[in-house]
Design a protein around this ligand. Structure first.
Ligand code: NAP
Ligand code: HSE
Length: 381
């Protein structure tokens, strides 16, 4: 099967190199921007791929929604299998691409879009056929895990560890999506759509790590906590929830052993119980390996990850409740249902009574709109 590659950056280079050695696969043309064609195998127009009858499949590793969506739709309509590592594309346009692929009888797979090298979506798609998926999520962003780990273990500053994550090829071209929790949110959207057939698009909440400081990390550490950015999704009381937020875990919890760019993805099946998958969640070779896994899957007859007729829908994030650690200006502490308060100068560190996820996110938003600096994290004892 000849595979064209769209994009020749961190992941694209890895996919191209792996295709040269993969059983049953061979590299085809690689799409680069005009002005960047410096070898015969590179092309600068998508038409040269879509109209090439020798190309059987297209691997998109450029990123972004457009022109990735137009190129994907054109490739699928031309009868080519399509695989992608691009979660922004699948979160925005997954249902449309799935419909075109089914109509044309070709594959639409996106294992690399969630978990890097970890075969999370792949296993979730298998599990939903025989079990009821109750919840899913975990550490799904390699950049923020790398950053939080380095801040805690190596006592480095936020700006330095972000630069390192970019240099190592873990971060998105614009790392805002990583540090704001949006990248992890897109991944839990995909997992939810794979598990339940509904791509959540309304009511989603994401809190990232942009407001965490070295002083916060030292404070958690001195009290026996480790901070991780965790995505959560699942069903509760007949509704579906999906959100991302920092979580403080007691030292010794499984998530605390997830270091560097690693991810820990998990789901809970009504019969299987808790299943945990761990591995590198970002980086050239782990991600390229997931793209190749999808391509090899096509050779074995795999065609889709979403269940048939996947729809968009809403989530209700008032279904889940946690206690929260909140660092905020002392004058605002009374707005929270406090179980305990520590004060230091103008700053208060509050541990709240259990409160709804939606309430905590909304209170922090209101305080920030009023100009306050706030950091919060759910506390898991
Ligand atoms: P990257 O290093 O920025 O590579 C993307 C490449 O695509 C760049 O060379 C870029 O060129 C090129 N490109 C973008 N738009 C193009 C267009 N319209 N025509 C031709 N070429 C175009 O990004 P990456 O890290 O490889 O990530 C690629 C995708 O994989 C993203 O969707 C990302 O979210 C996803 N992903 C990445 C990782 C990871 O660890 N890096 C892991 C999982 C998933 P310019 O540089 O000129 O813009
Ligand atoms: N920027 C993403 C991350 C790449 O750090 O997890 C993998 O999807």
């Amino acid at each position: 099967m000849k595979v064209a590659v769209l994009g020749f950056g961190t992941v694209g280079f890895g996919v191209y190199e792996m295709l040269k050695k993969a059983k049953g696969l061979e590299p085809g043309p690689v799409l680069v921007r005009s002005g960047k064609k410096d070898a015969d195998f590179k092309v600068t127009s998508i038409d040269e791929i879509v109209n090439d009858p020798t190309v059987d499949a297209v691997a998109e590793v450029m990123g972004g929604v457009e022109p990735a969506y137009s190129y994907a739709a054109a490739a699928l309509r031309a009868g080519k299998h399509f695989v992608t590592s691009n979660k922004a594309l699948v979160a925005a346009k997954g249902p449309e691409l799935d419909a075109i692929a089914r109509e044309r009888g070709v594959a639409f797979l996106f294992s690399a879009a969630c978990g890097g090298g970890v075969p999370f979506l792949h296993n979730l798609a298998l599990a939903r056929e025989s079990d009821e998926i109750r919840s899913m999520g975990g550490i799904l962003n390699g950049t923020t895990n790398y950053m939080l780990d380095a801040m805690q273990r190596l006592h480095l500053d936020y700006a330095d560890v972000l630069r390192d994550a970019q240099r190592l090829g873990y971060a998105e071209a614009d790392p805002t999506a990583d540090v704001s929790g949006l990248d992890a949110l897109r991944k839990i959207m995909l997992a939810s759509a794979v598990a339940y057939g509904t791509l959540p698009t309304e009511g989603l909440l994401n809190e990232g790590i942009e407001s965490v400081t070295a002083a916060d990390v030292a404070h958690f550490q001195s009290r026996g906590y480790t901070c991780r950015l965790i995505a959560s999704g699942g069903k509760q009381d007949g509704g579906v929830y999906a959100y991302v937020e920092p979580v403080l875990l007691r030292d010794g919890a499984a998530e605390c052993s997830v270091l560097q760019n690693f991810n820990m993805a998990r789901y809970e099946g009504a019969c299987a119980g808790s299943i945990v998958l761990m591995g590198q969640g970002a980086g050239r070779w782990p991600t390229a390996s997931a793209v190749l896994r999808d391509l090899s899957g096509i050779l074995r007859g795999e065609r889709e990850m979403f269940p048939e007729n996947v729809q968009r829908g809403a989530v209700d994030n008032s279904l889940c409740r946690h206690s929260y650690y909140v660092r905020l200006p002392k004058a605002l502490a009374e707005k929270l249902p406090a179980a305990s308060v520590e004060e230091e100068g103008d700053v208060a560190r509050v541990l709240t009574e259990p409160m709804a996820v939606s309430e905590m996110h909304s209170l922090a938003k209101q305080m920030r709109e009023g100009g306050a600096e706030v950091f919060f994290a759910a506390v898991r004892e």
